[in-house]
Design a protein around this ligand. Sequence first.
Ligand code: C2E
Ligand code: MG
Ligand code: MG
Ligand code: MG
Length: 294
Amino acid sequence: YRAKAMGNCYQLFDEEMRTQHLDKIELEGELTIAVREQQFRVAFEPIVDIHGSAIFSVESLVRWMHPEKGMISPNTFIPLAEELGLIIEIDRIVFKKTCQQFHQWREKGIISPNQKFNVNLSCAQLQRSDIIPFLLSTVDGLDIGPHDIVLEITESYLLADSGLVMKNLNEMNQLGFSIFVDDFGTGYSSLSYLAKYPIHGIKIDRSFVRDLEKSVESKELIRSIIAMADALKLKVVTEGVETVEQLQVMTELGCRYIQGFLFTRPMTSTQAQTFFVDSPYREWLNQTPVDHGG
Ligand code: C2E
Ligand code: MG
Ligand code: MG
Ligand code: MG
C-alpha cells in the first residue's frame, strides 16, 4: 500500500514539475510578445511624508496585462525577464510611461511641485553605458527633471564591484537623481556600500514590519537601522505598512516616510489622481498620537 502511495506521489510531483516547466516555456514566449506589443501598465503607490502630512513620492510598479490570463504580478515575471534580458526593455517602457504621466499631472497642477516619483531599476540597467543617455532623453522636453526622480535599486546589485555601476551612480547623483536602496536589510550584512556609493535613502523591507507585532528584536533592528540612516543622512522609507498600529510604531521610531496598503494599494492613474486630490491618508495620520511637525 505504502509503496503504491509513494509511487503515486512521485508521479504527481513529476507531473507538477513538468507542468511548471511547460508553463515557464510558454511564459517566456509570451513575455517576448508582451514586450513587442507593450502589454504593460503602470500602477502607482504613494509614499507619505509623516512630517508635513503630504505625499513625498509615488512609486510606479509594472503590471503585465496578459490578453488571456489577465494581470500577472511582477513577482512572477520580473525574475524571468531578468533571466531573458527583457528587463532592460520593460524597465524602460515603465520609465517612459511614468515620466509621461508625471508630466501630465504636473501640467494639470494635480501634484505639488516638490512631489517626486520612484521607479525601480533592475541591476542590468546599471551595468550599461547607455542608461544615463536613456534617462535624460526620456525627460527631455517634459515638465520634469532628474530632481523629480528617485531611482530604486536593490542592495545586492551594489555589492558587485563594478566600475560601470559606480560611474553610472555617480553620474546620476551629479545630474540630480536620487538613489534609494530597495528591500533594505534583506540582502547582505556588509553596509560599507552605503558609504562607497552616492545613496540618498533606504527602503526598509516589508519583512521587518510584518514581524513587528511578534518580535521585540524586529523593533530594535528597525530602531538601529533608522539611527544608522540618520547618522549617514539617509532618508528612510518603510514599505509594507498595513495597520494603524504599525504606522504608530514606525512613527514613534522616527521613520518619516511610509508606504503601504494602510494608505492604499497600488492604483491606476485615475485612482491616483483622486487620491492626490482627496488625500485620504490624512485620516490615518490623525489617528497616530505623534506630533507630525510642520
Ligand atoms: P518593490 O519595489 O519592493 O515594491 C513593493 C511591492 O510590495 C509591490 O509589489 C507593492 O505592491 C507591495 N506592497 C506595497 N505595500 C504593501 C503592503 O502594505 N503589504 C503588502 N503585502 N505588499 C505591499 P508588486 O507591485 O507586486 O511588485 C513586486 C516587486 O516587483 C517590486 O518590489 C519590485 O522589486 C519589482 N518591480 C515592480 N515594478 C518593477 C519595474 O518596473 N521594474 C523592475 N525592475 N522591478 C519592478
Ligand atoms: Mg521598489
Ligand atoms: Mg521595496
Ligand atoms: Mg520589496
